[in-house]
Write a protein that binds this ligand. Sequence first.
Ligand code: AKG
Length: 275
Amino acid sequence: MSYLSSNQLKQYENEGFVSPINIFSKEKAKEIRDEIELIEKKIPGELEKSGRYNAHLISPLLDEVTHNTKILDSVQSLIGKNILVCGTTLFIKNPNERGFVSYHQDAKYIGLEPHNWVTAWVAITDSNEINGCMRMWSGSHKDNLKKHDEKFNEGNLLTRGQTVKNVPKEKTTPLILKAGQMSLHHPLVVHGSDLNRSNDRRIGFVIQSYIGTNVKQILGKNSVQLARGIDEFNYHEKIERPKSFINESDLKLKKQENDNLQEIFYKGSSRKGSY
Ligand SMILES: O=C(O)CCC(=O)C(=O)O
């Protein structure tokens, strides 16, 4: 049986996202936040810019989230039973910083084809309209890829500032989540987020993305972990799960994976990798 109700499945089909979904307790979320903040303290800068990708490779707790049964049960009902993890991103917005995310479609720049994949946004802190939660343009996944401009505004957390024009912002749906809840969104749904106007951090741990084994990376190279089922296609190199908290060889692997990602994200761009 699916972890998603029939109404939630309908919501995904009609709107391009499903939210909120209960995954773990707020106490567990706090434990994960503490682990993230311990990494930041032990290795300053490790989770900044391109370092915000693939923190699950050095953190057993983030690895545990990535392989969480409730998340995988939900994902399975959207993309099938053979599931790979092809990367994660920490979207952290600190108070009094200018971080926002311009409206975009993930499928525009991630290079994963066909679109048999889904992104899980897991709230490590509460995420709401005050601290800049994600906002979705409901139903926009039913259109094809839209034109994106590259707008390199200060504070844009997207690598290339990819921006869809004329998004009806007043009609977008805020995805309000409590720490420990998640949302799932479709590769084609247009979404973004505003500034954090609160006094605390907003932390989202994003599995970007869960892909079916039939999905290829057409812009470069992505290594993957098998999350569930069998990989009958073997399109991607497999990588190990972390051996311990901030292990030397895992740190090297994270760096190598993130260098590969930079190649993908900046393909065809005049701008070269700072994020
Ligand atoms: O965390 C955010 O505000 C945006 C995240 C996002 O764009 C994504 O998960 O695809």
